[in-house]
Ligand binder design. Structure first.
Ligand code: CA
Length: 340
C-alpha cells in the first residue's frame, strides 16, 4: 500500500521547541469566520527546556469542561523555571481550547469531541486539525505523555491516574510505573468502552509512556482534586527524571494509592430509563454484586415504581452520573474492582 501523503498541518507554533529556557506562546490555527475573516484559534502553550533529558507532553481540557488539568497546568506553566528541568516540558493546559472557552465537552465550532477525533486530519474541522497536530507534530517529540481528565459536567469520579493494558508489556510496565508515581488516591487499570479515535490510542501506538487521569468532575474542580493534579504532575515529572526538586512535604507516598481494575463491561451500568436518579451509594463506597447502586424514578406522574440498577461485581463505586436527571443510555455508575 502506498503511504498516504498528508498535507502539512495548518497550525503554526509561536514557540521554538528546540530553544532552551521558558517560552509562553500559542499554537495558532487559522479559523476564518464571520467575525474575523483572517482569524485564528490561539491555543496557549508553554515550553520549558534545559540541558538533555526526556520530553514530557502535558495536556488538560481535552474535554473543555474538565478543570483539574487546566488549573494544574496553567499553574505549572507559570511557575516552572528552566533551571528546575533536565530535558523538556511541553504544557498545553487547554488542548481543545474552543471547547474550554465555551465550558463544554465538545467544540462549539464543529461539535468535535477531541478525544474521539484522533489521528485527525490537516484538512478537516478545527477539532480534527488540533488532533492531527498532536499526532504528527507534538507526540513524536515526547517520551512521556500525560493527559489530565475529569468527569466533566455529566460524570464524577473518585480521583485516579490510569493506564491501559497494552500488547507491548514493556510499554505497559512503563505506563503503570508512571501511574504509580502520580500517586493519586486511586490507580486504575483501565478498560476503554469507546477507544476509537482517542488521544490515548494515538500516544500508545507511537510507543509513548502514557498516563491519563479521572480526578473528579461535575463541571468544576475542587480544592482536593486540584491539589491531587498539581502534586501528581510534579510526581510524574520527577519520576521521569525531568524534575530534580525534592518532593513536597505533603507529597502522598505511592503506597497510599489503592489499585483498581475494570476487568469487563460488567463494571458499567447504563440507564435504560429516563427520569430522576436516586443515588444509593456514594463515590468510593464499597459495593457487593447485587447491591443497589441507583434507582430511577419516572417523572411524568406519581405512583410509578422506580427502576433499580445493581452492581454486577464486588468493588467500589468509582464513577457516577452527576446531574440529577438521567436519560436512557447515560452511564450512571462504574464499579471498579479492588486489587488485593
Ligand atoms: Ca474526559
Amino acid at each position: 500500500m502506498a503511504p498516504v501523503m498528508l498535507a502539512p498541518s495548518p497550525i503554526t507554533p509561536t514557540v521554538d521547541f528546540e530553544r532552551d529556557g521558558v517560552q509562553h506562546g500559542f499554537l495558532r490555527l487559522p479559523y476564518s469566520r464571520d467575525d474575523s475573516a483572517w482569524g485564528s484559534v490561539m491555543i496557549p502553550i508553554t515550553v520549558v527546556r534545559s540541558g538533555t533529558g526526556p520530553t514530557a507532553l502535558l495536556t488538560g481540557a481535552n474535554h473543555g469542561d474538565e478543570y483539574e488539568g487546566a488549573v494544574a497546568l496553567f499553574d505549572l506553566a507559570q511557575t516552572l523555571t528552566a533551571d528546575q528541568v533536565a530535558g523538556r516540558v511541553i504544557i498545553v493546559p487547554a488542548m481543545n481550547y474552543p471547547a474550554f472557552q465555551a465550558g463544554t465537552r465538545t467544540s462549539p465550532i464543529d461539535k468535535g469531541n477531541l478525544n474521539r477525533s484522533f489521528p485527525g486530519r490537516p484538512d478537516g474541522t478545527v477539532t480534527q486539525k488540533i488532533a492531527d497536530y498532536f499526532t504528527r507534530e507534538l507526540l513524536p517529540l515526547a517520551d512521556l505523555v500525560m493527559d489530565i481528565h475529569s468527569g466533566g459536567k455529566t460524570l464524577d469520579f473518585v480521583p485516579f491516574a490510569a493506564a491501559h493494558i497494552l500488547p507491548d508489556k514493556d510499554q505497559e510496565a512503563r505506563c503503570f510505573a508512571a501511574v504509580a508515581a502520580f500517586a493519586a488516591p486511586y490507580s486504575m487499570r483501565m478498560l476503554e468502552i469507546d477507544a476509537v479515535g482517542m488521544y490515548d490510542t494515538a500516544a500508545e501506538e507511537q510507543g509513548k509512556t502514557f498516563v491519563t487521569t479521572e480526578l473528579g468532575g461535575g463541571g468544576t474542580g475542587r480544592a482536593e482534586t486540584i491539589a491531587i493534579a498539581k502534586r501528581g504532575v510534579r510526581n510524574v515529572l520527577r519520576h521521569a527524571g525531568i524534575l530534580a526538586d525534592a518532593p513536597p512535604a505533603d507529597g502522598q507516598p505511592a503506597e497510599a494509592s489503592r489499585w483498581l481494575d475494570m476487568p469487563s463491561a460488567d463494571c458499567f451500568r447504563f440507564a435504560e430509563d429516563s427520569g430522576l436518579i436516586e443515588a444509593c451509594v456514594d463515590l468510593g463506597q464499597p459495593v457487593r454484586a447485587g447491591d443497589l447502586l441507583a434507582r430511577i424514578h419516572p417523572i411524568g406522574r406519581t405512583g410509578l415504581a422506580p427502576s433499580e440498577y445493581r452492581a454486577a461485581l464486588d468493588g467500589i463505586l468509582a464513577a457516577r452520573h452527576f446531574p440529577g436527571l438521567v436519560k436512557a443510555g447515560d452511564c450512571i455508575a462504574v464499579v471498579g474492582t479492588v486489587e488485593h
